[in-house]
Design a protein around this ligand. Structure first.
Ligand code: KE4
Length: 427
């Protein structure tokens, strides 16, 4: 029988670099042919061969309510029946901004954009415009999208390719980005002691999800908050991945820390292109046309995308939603750890909200260096053993996984059965 995925992958590479529109999708980290998907519903995906998978990528985070949730599809259909785009203000954008601000009180003003990259790029520009300084601090292994200033030792795709900084970023640009080690509080304190007056802002994933899942150690985020406050730097929580997924109010609610700016994406678009940057009024009032920091976007606040985001937020804010998905995620990670132990495979797993990490090392990593000690070769074999059994994990050892409200006991049990067989193959 012909494999449609192989046919499509070969054809795609004739017109699209590596056959994909985002690097991690090319399976270069795990090898093999990526499935070309045709349909999604709930926790499931179907590829071009008609094969069904339980999905733990969830479009890299947006699909927390499950694929094609009827309420989201209906909202999109209804919005699209009235207009596809105006390039002018709509009431729906106000409703989405108000819904976000209801759950993320640190956001006094918010600007909608069309991707997480646009959100973080704008946050960096706002920090620099607000402080008049140039230096930006980020952390190795964290990924904030592909703006030049942030593609310096990025995580996610660039890390997967073992290419810790991107070609095409001028040295003159990269020199303004200081890269520290995630969870190294002493290092951040030493930097601020030496150069605090030069630092425009610190951007951090309050829970790292782009070097696989790495949790902030107690005190790390509080130290960044205190250092930024003391030195007049802008603290930016990049919650593109963690927003409305780690908790309804994001990682900032979970850890009780108020950043100066927050970037959002993924869940707030429900699968359609939406990002956002928001925060303290004094900073957000610097953005055009109120202030001198320019930012713009043809499709910012697109009515169809906003409809998908609003419908998704209305689902995730339902009482019990976050607890239910977090419980399913814990059942998954606990079951995977049990299966690996039974097979005698060195493995660990952890979760926060409905994000999870799996690691082929005995303990969950607390730093980029520890992530790099994971057994990538074993991960690749496990990935393909699970894929063959109809479980679609993130195709990289450096990505977090995502559970949705549609992952019920049947999906988790089927995943754990596939894992028990797959771990036995690795032993
Ligand atoms: P986008 O420009 O891809 O919408 O968002 C960039 C971004 C910013 N900040 C964080 C914390 C992110 O996780 C992302 C994007 N995440 C990756 C997944 N690791 C997107 C998947 C991909 O690059 O194909």
């Amino acid at each position: 029988m012909t494999d449609r995925n192989q046919e499509l992958f070969a054809r795609a590479q004739l017109s699209i670099p590596a056959g994909v529109n985002s690097p991690v999708r090319a399976f270069r980290a795990v090898g093999g042919t990526p499935p070309f998907f045709e349909r999604a519903s709930g926790a499931n995906l179907w590829d071009a061969n008609g094969k069904r998978y339980v999905d733990y990528v969830g479009s890299w985070g947006p699909m927390v309510a499950g694929h094609c949730h009827p309420a989201v599809v209906e909202a999109v259909r209804e919005a699209a029946s009235r207009a596809l785009s105006f390039g002018a203000p709509t009431e729906a954008e106000i409703e989405l901004a108000e819904a976000i601000r209801r759950h993320v009180p640190s956001i006094e003003l918010l600007r909608l954009v069309s991707s997480g990259t646009e959100a973080t790029m704008t946050a960096i520009r706002l920090a620099r415009g607000h402080t008049g300084r140039s230096a930006i601090v980020k952390f190795e292994g964290c990924y904030h999208g592909h703006a030049d200033s942030l593609l310096v030792k990025a995580g996610s795709g660039a890390l997967t390719f073992g290419n810790p900084s991107s070609a095409g970023v001028p040295a003159e640009t990269a020199q303004h980005t200081i890269v520290l080690d995630y969870n190294d509080t002493a290092q951040a304190q030493a930097l601020f002691a030496a150069r605090g007056a030069q630092i425009a802002g610190v951007i951090v994933e309050p829970v790292a999800g782009n070097m696989n899942l790495v949790l902030p150690e107690p005190g790390f985020l509080h130290a960044l908050r205190e250092l930024c406050s003391r030195h007049g730097a802008v603290l930016i929580f990049d919650e593109v991945m963690t927003g409305f997924r780690v908790a309804i109010g994001g990682a900032q609610a979970h850890f009780g820390i108020e950043p100066d700016l927050t970037t959002l994406g993924k869940v707030i678009g429900g699968g359609l292109p939406v990002g956002a940057v928001g925060g303290r009024r004094a900073i957000m009032e610097r953005i055009a046309p109120l202030g001198p920091v320019y930012q713009a976007g043809t499709l910012s606040g697109n009515p169809v995308a906003v409809a998908a985001g609003l419908a998704t937020l209305r689902l995730v804010e339902q009482p019990g939603f976050q607890d239910r998905v977090a419980a399913a995620t814990r059942a998954l990670t606990g079951g995977l750890a049990d299966a690996a132990r039974e097979a005698g495979v060195p493995f660990s797993a952890q979760s926060i909200g409905s994000m999870f990490g799996i690691y082929f090392r005995a303990t969950a990593p607390a730093s980029f260096a520890e992530v790099m000690q994971s057994d990538r070769e074993r991960f690749g074999r496990f990935f393909h053993a699970m894929l063959a059994r109809g479980v679609y994990l993130a195709p990289s050892a450096y990505e977090a996984g995502f559970v949705s409200a549609a992952h019920g006991a049947a999906e988790i049990d089927a995943t754990l059965a596939a894992a028990r067989a797959s771990f036995r193959e690795l032993a």
